[in-house]
Design a protein around this ligand. Structure first.
Ligand code: PLP
Length: 510
């Protein structure tokens, strides 16, 4: 919600005041759909003429928006609330400014020079990124995600070794079918956040399934795991509390922690002595929460959860693990790092994604104690103020979990292929960081070498990505290879052969 800026030819939507408090919503957030009928909400009927019905479509858009900015007629006998009045004034003012800009008046000239100034600043920023060699360009895939893809500008199919599609479920026929069925039955989307009118039975079912999968009390869905991380810390921790975070945690954990008012401690990557020292310092706070990635995506290394849980128990702390690069495939039945390391009963909170191994569409979640999930439904801002996950996404993720709970075969297939790749590459003389994880960073050291080798791999039909500073520390450039259950053994062998050829060409191998 917010003020709508409008003009005669172009329309901009932009909130210019803070959103209404939740308590105010009942008075300002009544939304009338032309298809709504009080007798039968599912049966379409023409809009009822009257002050609350949408403006006739024949009126110019600017007038319709101005009408929309006015409070509904039933409120007009009362003085309009400050927010509604602000919205109306904002709409009128925005219309005048845009009119002036388009008619070339003094305000228009000022707006144009502000735009010119902005362009200058942006160009300088962009040049800085190019100059630093950190420009990220995107290859455009013209097929489904999978082990073999087509990429715009590259002739023929290529073997894909750089997606988080660890279990190959992104294009699994049953997953796609489940998405189609949910789309058909439950529609394209909810046009609403969860707590207003955006909760369907499938959302509740998936939350229950996630909690069951992780053997936790309850779960809550978010539009992404980035949002789950952005929502958790602020909702849970107060200035009386402390959070202790691994220095190499994912950006979304770092951002989520920034948003909260708890005391912040950063311990050195996987350094348990440092974590213990920080836990001792943090004894003065009410709650202590240790936050770590389960598996770190740049190195494929795994948090020492047994040691973390032992320290947490000694110093009365809670443990939070981000399982984005573990859910679905680490551990004997794919439950994640906590299963792999035998601490499922000691990790209090898990955040993870539906956007990687679990079908790869999008969405994230928190799973953990029931009261925590209840609190998040009341307080977590990305949950309260962002749209519900679309039914097709829910359908795909739900089927992915069913497949994993029915059988262990996919998880085992991925583990065997990971082992094949790691052992063949190491036998050829390469250093592969981490252990057992399908993220297999081929360590090369030099940034240019990593980039040139990745380009030459693509010429041989193999899609891998080079990473260098600042994404990874200086001198630790690498090519990150990701194995999927749907790679065949021949695919793995072809990839290794290409690495050996290209490695020799560039002097990375003798
Ligand atoms: N946490 C980790 C460790 C990740 O790797 C990612 C994604 O790259 C996220 C969180 C964000 O997940 P999502 O894509 O669902 O927002």
């Amino acid at each position: 919600m917010g003020v709508w800026w409008f003009g005669p030819r172009r329309t901009f939507l932009r909130p210019v005041d803070s959103p209404p408090r939740l308590e105010d919503r009942s008075s300002v957030d009544l939304q009338i759909s032309p298809l709504w009928s009080s007798a039968d909400p599912t049966r379409p009927r023409p809009p009822v003429p009257g002050p609350a019905s949408p403006a006739p479509l024949t009126r110019p858009l600017s007038l319709r928006l101005a009408a929309a900015a006015r409070p509904p007629a039933r409120h007009q006998s009362r003085p309009p609330c400050a927010w509604a009045r602000g919205r109306e004034l904002g709409a009128m003012w925005a219309g005048r400014v845009l009119h002036a800009a388009l008619s070339g008046g003094p305000r228009g000239r000022r707006a144009q020079s502000a735009l010119a100034q902005l362009r200058g600043i942006l160009e300088e920023e962009l040049e800085g990124i190019r100059g630093a060699g950190t420009w990220k360009s995107e290859r455009v895939i013209t097929s489904r995600q999978g082990p073999r893809i087509h990429v715009d500008g590259v002739s023929g199919g290529i073997l894909n070794f750089c997606a988080n599609n660890y279990l190959g479920l992104s294009s699994h026929p049953e997953v796609i079918q489940a998405g189609l069925q949910a789309l058909e039955e439950f529609g394209a989307g909810l046009s609403s956040v969860r707590f207003i009118c955006g909760t369907q039975s499938i959302h509740k079912d998936l939350e229950a399934k996630i909690a069951q999968f992780h053997q936790r009390e309850d779960a809550i869905l978010y539009p992404s795991c980035f949002d789950a991380n952005a929502g958790l810390f602020e909702a849970l921790l107060t200035p009386e509390d402390a959070v202790l975070s691994d220095e190499l945690n994912h950006a979304s954990i770092i951002d989520g922690i920034r948003l909260c008012k708890a005391h912040k401690y950063r311990y050195r990557h996987l350094d348990m002595a440092d974590l213990e020292a920080k836990l001792q310092e943090a004894q003065k706070h009410r709650l202590r929460l240790v936050a770590t990635d389960g598996a770190f995506s740049m190195d494929g290394d795994i948090a020492p959860l047994q040691e973390i849980c032992r320290l947490a128990s000694r110093y009365g702390a809670l443990v939070f693990v981000d399982e984005c690069h573990a859910t679905g495939f680490l551990g004997a039945t794919g439950r994640g790092t906590d299963e792999l390391l035998g601490v499922m009963d000691q990790v209090t909170i898990i955040n993870s994604t539906l956007g990687k191994a679990l079908g790869g569409a999008s969405g994230g979640y928190t799973t953990g104690p029931g009261p925590l999930v209840s609190l998040l439904r009341q307080r977590a801002r990305p949950y309260l103020f962002s749209n519900s996950l679309p039914p097709a996404v829910i359908g795909c993720a739900s089927k992915a979990l069913d497949l994993l709970m029915e059988s262990n075969a996919i998880v085992q297939s991925m583990a065997a292929k990971t082992q094949r790749f790691r052992s063949k590459m190491e036998a050829a003389g390469f250093t592969i960081s981490g252990a057992h994880h399908p993220i297999c960073p081929v360590m090369l050291g030099d940034a240019r070498l990593a980039s040139c080798m990745a380009d030459d791999m693509l010429k041989r039909g193999i899609f891998v990505i080079g990473f260098s500073y600042p994404v990874v520390p200086k001198g630790k450039a690498r090519i990150r290879v990701q194995i999927s259950a749907v790679h065949s053994e021949e695919d793995i062998d072809r990839c290794v052969e290409a690495f050996v050829e290209v490695g020799r060409l560039h002097g990375a191998l003798p």
